[in-house]
Ligand binder design. Structure first.
Ligand SMILES: [Zn+2]
Length: 203
């Protein structure tokens, strides 16, 4: 699916300032206020907008950043990933080409880093651990420019498979739900209503 220019521009503005008012947002992307707010709602419903965070200047708060490279037994790397996700100090975790993992760890002191390292060394499957202190951050940007935002890929809310082509949209309780086909849509709606009935939610 393609992302519309308005959607891309809205994402551009919101990444810079998530607290922008709907009126200002609408002005900036040159649409009406209702269009801006319904587009934001759609992007939230689709799960493209995952949340609105507060950015902190971690240096001012005495937080140190470390970059870790972890080589793990590939057979059980899933469980290594799981253990690492559970560590609060791990802020970013990914897999590199070749299978090694990398992590960005943020800690208030070296003692805490020691604890994290001890915990990792004890984790079954961790074979090699390399840690480097990040001494300077020249750029740390999480924003993606609207020009780069062209594709929209959402998973069917029912079968979880990637939706190819246009999705079937189902509006339930003022929220849009995205399905890959008519069959998934009717199954999803039935399941949705069953769950709702069970929960005894008012209509
Ligand atoms: Zn489906």
């Amino acid at each position: 699916m393609e992302l519309s220019e308005t959607q891309a521009n809205i994402l551009g503005v919101l990444q810079e300032d998530a607290r922008v008012s709907m009126r200002t947002l609408a002005n900036k992307v040159d649409v009406s206020t209702p269009t801006a707010s319904s587009t934001v709602k759609d992007l939230e419903d689709m799960g493209v907008i995952r949340g609105y965070l507060t950015l902190l200047d971690t240096r001012k708060l005495g937080i140190h950043t470390f970059y870790l490279r972890i080589e793990a037994d590939l057979d059980i790397s899933d469980s290594v990933v799981e253990s690492m996700i559970a560590i609060n100090e791990v802020h970013k975790l990914g897999e590199l080409e070749g299978g090694a993992l990398f992590a960005v760890v943020k800690v208030p002191s070296l003692d805490v880093l020691d604890d994290v390292m001890k915990c990792l060394k004890k984790t079954e499957g961790v074979e090699k651990l390399k840690v480097s202190r990040v001494t300077k951050e020249f750029k740390s940007s999480g924003t993606i420019t609207p020009d780069a935002l062209t594709d929209l890929s959402i998973d069917c809310f029912y079968c979880k498979k990637k939706i190819a082509g246009s999705p079937v949209k189902l509006e339930l309780d003022h929220r849009k739900h995205y399905l890959c086909c008519g069959v998934c849509a009717s199954e999803y709606e039935a399941k949705y209503n069953r769950l709702k009935e069970k929960a005894g939610a008012p209509d």
